[in-house]
Every structure is written in C-alpha cells, then in structure tokens.
Design a protein around this ligand. Structure first.
Ligand SMILES: [Zn+2]
Ligand SMILES: [Zn+2]
Length: 284
C-alpha cells in the first residue's frame, strides 16, 4: 500500500447542497495504517469509496467537536461494527469526545444489545476506546508520532492542529483556525500541509444565501483563515505541498478552482492542491 492522503469531505461547515461536496473528513494512509482525520457527514461512504475495508479501521482523530468534524463518528464506528469489526479501534479527540461516544452508544442501545444477543457480535463499547488529548504528543507507537497544537478557533477552545510523522514522512492538518502563526513551527518542513481556507469574495455571497448574515460573517472572520493566510503559513513553514481544504464557500457556482489558485498564489509559490471530495494526494 503506497502512502497517500485522500480528501473525503472538502467543504467547510455542516450544510449540504445539491451536487455539493461533503463536510470535513480525510484519510491518511501511512506505513500501512489507515488513519481517519475528522468524521463529518459522509465519512463512511467516503472511506468505502476510497477502497477502505471498514473492518480494518484502527485509528481515528477528531480535531474539534464542531458537527462538521464529528457528526458521523458514531455512525462510522457502528457501521464498521456491523461490517464485522472485531479488533480494537482507538479514537483520539478533544475533551468531550468520550461524552459524545457514550451518549451515541446509549442512543443506539436497542440496536447494539439486540445485535450482540441475536448475531453474537462483540460489544462495540469494548472495541472502541476514546482517549481525550490536549496540546503536545498524542501518540507514539510503531514509529508513528502524532502531536497536537491548540489553534485559534473561537468560541471553541479545544481545537487542535495535528502533525503525523512516520520515518521521513509528515503530514500536518491545520484544523479550523483563524490565521495562526504558531502553526509554522508545527508544519515546518512537512510533506503536506492541509490548511483550511476561505475566499473573501465568496463570504458575502454565502452570508446572503444562508440567512443569519451579520453573525455568521462575524464568526467566519474571527475563526477561519483566508486562502492567502494558508499560503503564508505554508511559505513560512517551508512545506513541500499545500492542500487547501475545508473550503468556504465550497459550493458557489461562481467560485471555481482558478479563484482559489489566484488567491493563494499571492503568498505561496510551491506545489498546490485545491481539495475536492475523493481527491488523492500521493505521499512521495
Ligand atoms: Zn469546520
Ligand atoms: Zn470548526
């Protein structure tokens, strides 16, 4: 299995529109491990379409508890379980992830109990472990090292950028954040930086469409980065490739790939990928 990043869901925010992309989730295949980063709506379908056997899942990371990053965590685990999952899965998430998981299992208690009794399945509550993390080293096992950096995504305080390293390979996810210069150190020299991005021109059009105008715009400007900001982080960190992801807006027919490229080229001259659902980026 060659190492690769698959962008399963590339839009920012939880809304779905006809023909549009899905909320945040990614697959990182590195050193034979299938690692899921964020579980927005669509993650299960995305993983299956990417050729992943759900029974083989073993590591899941959640950057923060906004619904566009965590809504489908429970359904993903449950679907993997009904697909035959029989080996442990470790979920790493910010404080509150355990609460989400316990309540999900309570909500699904009827189905879980009946499948254990009727189909002889192992208890999903024992197969899945949830570990809540803060800033610093999250995982170090079999050569895989994962570190977290708290980013600036108000009003959410527990939102973490993640750096994955194995051997000489490294991939960094910014998570959701306003322009945040401390990311430069965490992303330094990475093969791939997956950074969230908004496009200025699209924000006003988006706000007009969505309804709760002024408040939404205030949130976006305080909590998210423009494409040019992502380019600055990538340039200062000297990464090998920048992937613009968690795109806002992601489904405006008047905003296309050339608009994103033009916006980021002011600050980033290196290799560039604009995320689309299902897009594969090889980790050379
Ligand atoms: Zn988000
Ligand atoms: Zn968020």
């Amino acid at each position: 299995m060659s190492d690769r990043l698959v962008l399963l869901g590339s839009k920012g925010g939880p809304a779905l529109r006809p023909g549009g992309p899905w909320p945040s989730s990614s697959l990182l295949e590195i050193a034979g491990r299938a690692i899921v980063v964020d579980c927005g709506l669509g993650v299960t379908r995305g993983l299956v379409d990417a050729g992943i056997d759900l029974k083989a899942l073993d590591l899941i990371f959640i950057t923060h508890l906004h619904s566009d990053h965590v809504l489908e965590l429970g359904p993903l685990m449950h679907t993997a379980w009904t697909a035959g999952l029989a080996t442990p899965v470790a979920v790493f998430g910010p404080p509150g992830t355990g609460h989400y998981w316990r309540r999900f299992c309570q909500a699904m208690e009827f189905d879980i109990e009946i499948r254990i009794a009727d189909e002889g399945r192992p208890d999903i509550r024992e197969l899945v472990s949830v570990e809540e993390f803060g800033e610093g080293q999250v995982v170090q096992q079999n050569g895989l090292k994962v570190t977290a950096l708290r980013v600036d995504h108000p009003p959410v305080t527990d939102c973490f950028a993640l750096r994955f390293e194995h051997g000489s390979k490294s991939v960094v996810f910014s998570a959701d954040t306003v322009f945040f210069p401390p990311l430069v150190d965490v992303a330094a020299g990475a093969d791939i930086l997956v950074h969230e991005a908004m496009l200025e021109r699209g924000i006003d059009r988006l706000v007009a469409r969505t309804g709760n105008g002024a408040r939404l715009k205030e949130h976006l400007l305080a909590s998210h980065s423009f494409a040019g900001d992502a380019g600055r982080i990538a340039s200062d960190a000297g990464v090998k490739r920048l992937v613009l992801n968690h795109l806002i807006p992601a489904d405006d027919p008047e905003i296309n790939e050339p608009d994103w490229i033009a916006a980021v080229r002011k600050t980033w001259a290196g290799d560039l990928t604009i995320a689309r659902d299902g897009l594969v980026v090889e980790l050379a």
